[in-house]
Design a protein around this ligand. Structure first.
Ligand code: PLP
Length: 347
């Protein structure tokens, strides 16, 4: 085949988590929020007019920018709307990386980064985390055009402090993109760094904390010059009218957001304790998932046995991860069913 560029031919492509067709399953494999979006989202959705559908949307989603700016204590010029956080990642690779401008990131982390590097034909400098998932010292000296730190990190949920991220931003000569897709379940975030550092981009997703994975919405926070540059790279209408309306209603309902994210955090604490009681090793997580390692049974075997019971978690057949399972935090009821199934499997 000679139709595709050589690097496209070679790339494996990102493999999203399995989406089962059956309805009555316990789905803890793609880090969705177990709670529905705010009731205010359903109200605005019901009020979408045919006129909104007939016309092109606002190309930059100003309604959402205004609302997100208020929530994050910045100006609308600091915000760019995206078609999910993944859209921002694609935009960043296209904006900053090429054959002579590498990307760097600590590993293991979000498995989309190496795929985007291959698509963009840039080198990916992968700097290993230590066993405690501390920020690797070598990350500051790679000379990469784009450095990405997923914080909280996927797939383990570890969190690097704001001070450490500030020092990294200070040391880097290129861009530092902090992927905060899961930060809604952490106790702190790095958005404040944008005021001080002109090389920091914060990625936010509406898929997890706001229960809107189906609508595809995320956003960037950065200094206005960076936002203006990223805007040149994005698709002209990268967020549609329905998504902007829905995402705006969701981010404005901070009361509902706090209630549901707190429920997930509480369920996470309980799930970690229950898994540890069953003999799993589970590090503390600041995200809506946990990474569990069984000392007594192969992770792939547990994964298969859970599927037999219509419970889906995520198994990565990758070095360093193939002895672990990543489990999204569900409702208390879902988590209890998972624990009962695990008890059976391990008995
Ligand atoms: C680490 C990380 N970053 C970014 C994203 C992108 O999320 P979305 O495109 O749904 O906003 C994901 C999605 O799973 C993720 O795990």
């Amino acid at each position: 085949m000679w139709y595709f560029r050589e690097n496209i031919e070679k790339v494996q492509g990102y493999e999203p988590g399995f989406q089962p067709k059956e309805k009555d399953v316990i789905k803890l494999n793609t880090n969705e929020n177990p709670y529905p979006p705010s009731p205010k989202v359903l109200k605005v959705l019901a009020e979408i007019s045919t006129e909104q559908l007939r016309r092109y949307p606002d190309p930059v989603g100003n309604e959402f920018r205004q609302a997100a700016a208020e929530v994050n204590g910045v100006q609308p010029e600091n915000i760019m709307c995206c078609n999910g956080g993944d859209d921002l990642l694609t935009i960043a690779f296209r904006a900053f990386c090429d054959e002579s401008r590498p990307v760097a990131y600590p590993v293991p982390t979000y498995s989309l980064y190496p795929v985007l590097a291959k698509l963009q034909n840039c080198d990916a400098i992968e700097v290993p985390f230590d066993d405690e998932f501390n920020l690797p010292a070598g990350l500051a000296s790679t000379d990469a055009a784009l450095t990405i730190v997923c914080n909280p990190n996927a797939p383990n949920g570890s969190f690097i402090s704001i001070d450490e991220m500030a020092s990294l931003a200070d040391e880097l000569s290129g861009i530092l993109l902090i992927d905060e897709a899961y930060v809604d379940f952490a106790e702190a975030n790095c958005a404040g760094l944008v005021k001080e550092y002109d090389n920091v981009i914060i990625l936010r997703s509406m898929s997890k904390g706001y229960s809107l994975a189906g609508i595809r919405f995320g956003y960037a926070i950065a200094q206005p010059d960076l936002i203006a540059g990223l805007m040149k790279v994005k698709d002209s209408y990268n967020v549609d009218a329905v998504a902007v309306t829905v995402a705006t209603a969701a981010i404005k309902d901070q009361k509902y957001f706090s209630e549901t994210t707190e429920k997930v955090k509480k369920a996470r604490g309980l799930l970690v304790a229950q898994l540890r009681d069953l003999g799993f090793e589970v590090p503390e997580s600041c995200a809506n998932f946990i990474l569990a390692q069984s000392k007594n049974c192969k992770a792939s075997k547990i994964y298969d046995k859970l599927i037999e019971r219509r419970i889906y978690v995520r198994y990565f057949n990758l070095p360093g991860l193939n002895d672990k399972l990543r489990i999204s935090v569900g409702t208390k009821e879902q988590n209890d069913k998972l624990i009962s199934a695990l008890k059976e499997i391990l008995s």
